[in-house]
Write a protein that binds this ligand. Structure first.
Ligand code: 5GP
Length: 181
């Protein structure tokens, strides 16, 4: 399982999409209580759940990990944690995945300039209040020091999504080969 961690608008969603279309990964659709954004589709971008439904599932041990971020719950279902998949989580989720000792987990941290991220958030139509909140929260929440193990840190500046995706897949495959030896 390839785990991508990156602050808001670091480009992780685009990379995950390309990993599925160009390299055959399955994107894990996670679950959230956050409100759906204009361009998002239920069941594709997330499973959008009510608080009650989320908490009920959480109590029934449906999730391998959950996290509270920006006032909303996020969680990955046990049933979705399969081998050739890509998972996007925030640091707390990554730490819990690491604790479960799932085989072949490869953790990638995306580093993206704040100015680039701000511009992307404006382009995707986020409100200025949301942008300011995310930028401030992410400074603390997404600090790489909060992540207990990282396999690869990639700086996303000056590289296209295609290049970044190829590098990440190569690194992951090389790591798998090394483990098989
Ligand atoms: P957004 O609301 O911008 O789509 O996502 C906010 C953050 O939640 C992102 O950093 C994303 O990686 C993270 N996230 C999405 N799904 C999950 C999940 O199932 N578990 C955890 N821990 N984080 C998630």
């Amino acid at each position: 399982m390839l785990v991508l961690i990156g602050a808001s608008a670091s480009g992780k969603t685009e990379i995950a999409k390309l990993l599925t279309t160009a390299f055959g990964y399955k994107k894990i659709v996670t679950n959230t209580t956050r409100e759906k954004r204009v361009n998002e589709i239920n069941g594709v971008d997330y499973n959008f759940l009510s608080y009650d439904d989320f908490l009920d599932k959480k109590n029934r041990n449906y999730f391998i990990e959950t996290a509270l971020y920006g006032g909303n719950y996020y969680g990955t279902a046990f049933k979705d944690a399969i081998d050739k998949s890509v998972l996007i989580v925030e640091p707390e989720g990554a730490n819990n995945i690491i604790k479960h000792n799932i085989p072949n987990v490869y953790i990638v941290y995306l580093e993206t300039k704040e100015s680039t991220r701000k511009q992307r958030m404006i382009s995707r139509g986020d409100s200025l209040v949301d942008i300011t909140n995310r930028i401030n929260t992410d400074k603390i929440h997404f600090n790489s020091k909060n992540i207990s193990h990282i396999d690869y840190i990639i700086n996303t500046s000056e590289k296209s999504t295609v290049e970044l995706t190829k590098i990440i897949n190569d690194k992951h495959q090389k790591n798998l080969e090394k483990k098989e030896l």
